[in-house]
Design a protein around this ligand. Sequence first.
Ligand code: SAH
Length: 232
Amino acid sequence: MRPHRAFVQSIQPELEISGREARHLADVLRARAGDVLTVFDGKGLEGRATVLDVDSGSVRLKIEETWVASRETPQPVTLYVALLKGDKLSDVVRAATELGVAMIVPILTQHCVVREMAESKLLRLRRVVVEAAKQCERSLIPEVGSLLSLKLIPSVGQGFVAHPGSSARVRDSFDPDKPTALLTGPEGGLTESEVELLETKGFTPVTLGPRILRAETAPVALLSLVTAGEGF
Ligand code: SAH
């Protein structure tokens, strides 16, 4: 079995893990002195660690070696995703993390049914991202931004907005050497004026095929075109 991956704030020769991660190691994985695990700091560094001792609520580790991990896309990909009903954004951020996204920003659009995002929901999304990053062995934890109005999205060097009315394909103009921004709309879709505004900010409207995908499927499909489909 591969060693367990633990997220730590920073990698030092000796360090102590506490809180949720320590309880998981101690109670669920039954870590014992001498066990080996992999640590990652969410900023691109990984290391091999030996457990020195396990106490109630804390686990002390000794770092044996460190390395710079390379499971990240060559250029960062930002996903702007419309606020969705219920807990659907959790599924989106989980899948987006697996697909290599660097940053996820929930956005408010004209047809969003839900109009605000509670702090607790943002914190939950950030936890989901950490769990997903561990599971898929990423070394970088994607950032989850707070809710942003579509109007306030900054101009981008390369961007794609999924729009059922478009016939252009991502692969017609995607340049893998540039940072990429992606955007998908809510259950009720984006308005034509929103798509026009996004075009002025550098987003190209693209198709995801002739079927209408659900608002939680579209971001995953779009993202996979610029990461998984490219082997990134
Ligand atoms: N009734 C809405 C459908 C919204 S689907 C409409 O007609 O616009 C939710 C979001 O998923 C859309 O805003 C779009 O960003 C994306 N999407 C779904 N299916 C798509 C497709 N076939 N091509 C491009 N984008 C799509």
